[in-house]
Write a protein that binds this ligand. Structure first.
Ligand SMILES: NC(=O)c1ccc[n+]([C@@H]2O[C@H](COP(=O)([O-])OP(=O)(O)OC[C@H]3O[C@@H](n4cnc5c(N)ncnc54)[C@H](O)[C@@H]3O)[C@@H](O)[C@H]2O)c1
Length: 276
């Protein structure tokens, strides 16, 4: 079992940190006495957010789709702070519509940000973390959608299922080589954020519009605040958990239903999002 990571005085790197969950993780990390490297593709929003944080913060505009940019992020983190203790591969995007109507560019964007973005984080940080030889933590953000595929957001379900698989592979690889790096899979349920702010392409299907309205309503009604969510994430990290499901009350019944459907060879039933 790997030793626990350094929290107070340690360094957290957070991608997609200019909005939503990333901001909650950043505030919580600062409150715990961590130093921060925050990254986002939206440079202005990132700078504005960094200015609200009271602590040692390096804010670096970074597109996680670009491996060179993520390597530059890792380089900058070590140059500035000399260590990295927790990496949150958090950046992610939503795309809605019927699978066959979503434009190829938006399908590709979902795969590039949600999957390649996480992989680029792994590629850029793991060799440096191995070289450092200190306990560290990598937290990859999937979604309950990575376990419970849904209609009208196939690029999201597909890409998040890939993150579930990639993260578990990485976990086993770290074990195989005896690395002091622990891996965690973070699967948020509803959290108030900007994830549904820009889910459409040029063609907006009425079904997708209705779906997005439902999802926005569900996030407003049932979503945790990013700060409450981050509190639960850090509790899970402190407990050394691989699976980080900060909202078990909303998710577990749906997991059970899905497991039973597979076990009983029963045709999957449509997920009712109002149950989340
Ligand atoms: N909010 C939820 O209910 C929910 C549920 C399940 C999973 N998630 C996941 O949580 C993570 C955080 O999302 P959120 O809900 O806070 O959404 P959000 O839209 O508020 O924040 C996502 C951030 O990622 C950034 N980003 C997008 N593309 C990027 C890129 N190429 N490079 C760098 N940054 C990029 C955005 O600019 C934004 O600041 C995502 O991976 C999302 O899929 C969220």
């Amino acid at each position: 079992m790997a030793e626990e990571v350094e929290i107070r005085g340690g360094v957290a790197v957070i991608t997609g940190a200019a909005s939503g969950i990333g901001t909650g993780l950043a505030r919580k990390a600062i409150a715990l006495g961590m130093k921060l490297v925050i990254a986002d593709v939206r440079a202005d929003q990132l700078d504005a957010f960094a200015a609200t944080l009271d602590g040692e913060v390096l804010a670096l505009p970074t597109d996680v789709r670009d491996l060179k940019a993520v390597e530059a992020l890792a380089e900058a983190a070590w140059n500035r702070f000399g260590q990295v203790d927790i990496l949150f591969n958090n950046a992610g995007v939503m795309a809605t519509g019927f699978s066959w109507e979503i434009e190829p560019e938006r399908w590709q964007r979902s795969m590039s940000v949600n999957v390649d973005g996480v992989l680029n984080g792994i590629r850029a940080f793991v060799p440096r973390l191995l070289e450092a030889g200190r306990p560290a933590r990598i937290v990859n953000t999937a979604s309950v959608g990575g376990f419970l595929p849904a209609p009208l957001m196939a690029p999201y379900s597909v890409s998040k299922a890939a993150v579930v698989a990639l993260t578990e592979s990485l976990h086993f690889e770290m074990q195989m080589i005896g690395a002091p790096i622990r891996v965690s899979l973070l699967a948020p349920g509803p959290v108030k954020s900007g994830i549904f702010d820009d889910p459409f392409g040029p063609h907006v299907d009425p079904a997708a519009r209705g779906f997005v309205e439902t999802m926005r309503g569900m996030l407003t009604a049932n979503g945790l605040s990013p700060d409450e969510f981050a509190q639960r994430v850090f509790e899970g990290l402190a407990a050394g958990n691989y699976w980080l499901f900060p909202q078990p009350e909303a998710i577990d019944p749906l997991f059970e239903r899905r497991a039973a459907s597979i076990r009983d060879r029963a045709t999957p039933q449509l997920l009712n999002f109002s149950e989340l």
